[in-house]
Design a protein around this ligand. Structure first.
Ligand code: FMN
Length: 179
């Protein structure tokens, strides 16, 4: 039987791609890189999952994928996002979702945050510059909160906090959807 689930991933330094690959070992699905996504491709599946990275508070590529999904005949949609935030940063993660899923999207779109990390070695130049600017902003702050200090330390070098266990809630959802 053909898989009914399409997992589209957009990954720059590899965290999101690795989670997508781990997901494909747990549920029957087809993996597709972001560049190959079209409404026609989505229409060949019942469920579309989009995996991407958090990028300066936004979900990289989400607006384009959302438009494609609307044009497709796929019936279900879910989202996972990887980022540098640890799972414990619950308030920041909630604020991130509230900002990126406006209106009833927050209720309607199943969404999952998967901690990734930072990989300076694979980061494009423009991203490294953005990280430098973010770092300088935190450094300049006069009254740093505990979170600022934690962030400053974390941003200083590459790290990997990814773990297959974070995929469990998404895997359960997709298994119910027939994956
Ligand atoms: C310029 C830049 C901005 C970022 N902004 C955020 C952010 O707002 N929130 C977050 O949690 N992580 C942020 N990150 C970290 C990435 O989301 C994280 O490294 C992600 O797992 C990368 O996924 P990828 O390896 O699939 O590209 C940022 C990284 C870069 C380079």
């Amino acid at each position: 039987m053909e898989p009914k689930i399409l997992v589209i991933y957009k990954s720059t330094t590899g965290f999101t791609k690795r989670y997508a690959q781990m997901l494909s070992k747990e549920v029957a699905c087809t993996l597709a890189p972001y560049k190959s996504a079209t409404p026609e491709l989505m229409s060949a599946y019942e469920t579309v999952v989009f995996g991407s990275r958090a990028h300066a508070g936004r979900i990289d590529g989400y607006p384009r994928i959302k438009e494609m999904y609307k044009k497709s005949s796929a019936r279900k949609f879910a989202l996972f996002v990887t980022g540098a935030m640890p799972a414990a940063a619950e308030d920041t993660i909630s604020a991130f979702w509230a900002q990126n899923l406006p209106g009833n999207e927050l209720q309607k779109v199943p969404h999952f945050y998967l901690p990734g990390g930072l990989c300076y070695e694979k980061m494009p130049f423009a991203d490294r510059l953005m990280m430098k600017a973010a770092m300088a902003m935190v450094k300049k702050k006069k009254h740093k909160t505990a979170e600022d200090l934690e962030m400053e330390q974390a941003m200083a070098s590459s790290y990997d906090i990814s773990d297959p266990a974070y995929l469990k809630p998404l895997v359960s959802l997709l298994k119910k959807a027939g994956g």
